[in-house]
Write a protein that binds this ligand. Structure first.
Ligand code: GLU
Length: 300
């Protein structure tokens, strides 16, 4: 048993937790606890325009109702501006980021015949055109081949220049991008294992690259399948996923465990939340997880 395991759950407070968030929370919690590890909670409230009033409290209440007790104090990204700024200056000092003056409109207009592409074409890599002012800062991804040995999805390798293009680390509104903040926070807390949804695989590749540029250790990754609706869309606030029912958490936990192929036995049908989680920690079987990027929960 590894006892230096430290995992985390990092919801964005753009709304209350839904079934899709529970799959991720439960998966990361069980993976940590089954290995005698710690499980920390970070509220990704950096993107202040997207923070919904009351969402942080609703998330904390839902985790409590579902018995998902976190270790240590809750971490908040809005307190961490100085750390992000220091990492950003380190990237600037090593010359791997550059200012970009392009507006969204100009980037969209530069795609002729390839209207659906959103990959930034590298316009400002060699300096700003005269009369232009810097808006955002981007990472130069030329030659960045990144490999990720995912515990569930297997080996993933991509060329960042074609996957994401030169991505933003500081936005035009001055906020640091999630990619940079997540890397700095995970490193600061000494996170050894990141267990989160497969919709973030492309983000993870960018984050691994930032870890390399900043000389930080890359944690182990396990990307769980994300819950989707019948139309194949990720459950989210945008797709109108209902908030978790806080009155009957047992039923929802059993449903989540079943979907993750953890096969909770019938006798648990009337168990308490604590008994259910205790069983699930003792029987957590990552090898049994479905090696998929998405899953559709049965409609109740
Ligand atoms: N807060 C982000 C999300 O909820 C990122 C989570 C993470 O880094 O695990 O999608």
């Amino acid at each position: 048993m590894k006892n230096n395991y430290r995992g985390r759950f990092a919801p964005s407070p753009s709304g209350p937790l839904h079934f899709g968030s529970l799959l991720t929370a439960l998966g990361s919690f069980l993976d940590a606890k089954s290995q005698g590890g710690e499980w920390w909670l970070r509220i990704d409230d950096l993107d202040s325009p997207r923070v919904a009033p009351g969402a942080t409290d609703a998330i904390l209440r839902a985790l409590e109702a579902y018995g998902l007790e976190w270790d240590g104090a809750v971490q908040y990204q809005h307190h961490r501006g100085e750390a992000y700024s220091a990492a950003f200056h380190a990237l600037q000092a090593s010359g791997v980021v550059y200012p970009c003056a392009c507006t969204r409109r100009e980037i969209a207009d530069s795609f002729t015949g390839q209207a659906s592409s959103t990959i930034y074409p590298g316009t400002c890599r060699n300096g700003l055109a005269s009369g232009k002012t810097a808006r955002a800062w981007r990472v130069d991804t030329r030659g960045a081949k990144v490999r990720l040995a995912d515990r569930l999805q297997g080996a993933i390798e991509h060329d960042l220049e074609t996957l994401s293009g030169d991505f933003i680390v500081q936005r035009a509104d001055g906020l640091f991008a999630y990619q940079l903040a997540a890397v700095v926070d995970d490193a600061e807390l000494g996170i050894t294992d990141v267990v989160r949804g497969a919709d973030l695989i492309d983000s993870s590749l960018r984050q691994v690259y930032l870890q390399q540029l900043l000389g930080l250790t890359t944690p182990r990754y396990l990307h769980l399948p994300v819950a989707v609706n019948a139309a194949g869309e990720k459950l989210s606030k945008q797709t109108l996923a209902p908030a978790l029912d806080l009155e009957q958490p047992q039923q929802t936990i059993i449903q989540a465990l079943s979907l993750l192929n953890q096969s909770p036995p019938q006798v648990l049908a009337h168990a308490s939340v604590a008994e259910l989680l205790d069983w699930a920690i003792r029987h957590w079987n990552p090898a049994g997880l479905p090696p998929l990027r998405s899953l559709e929960p049965p409609v109740k």
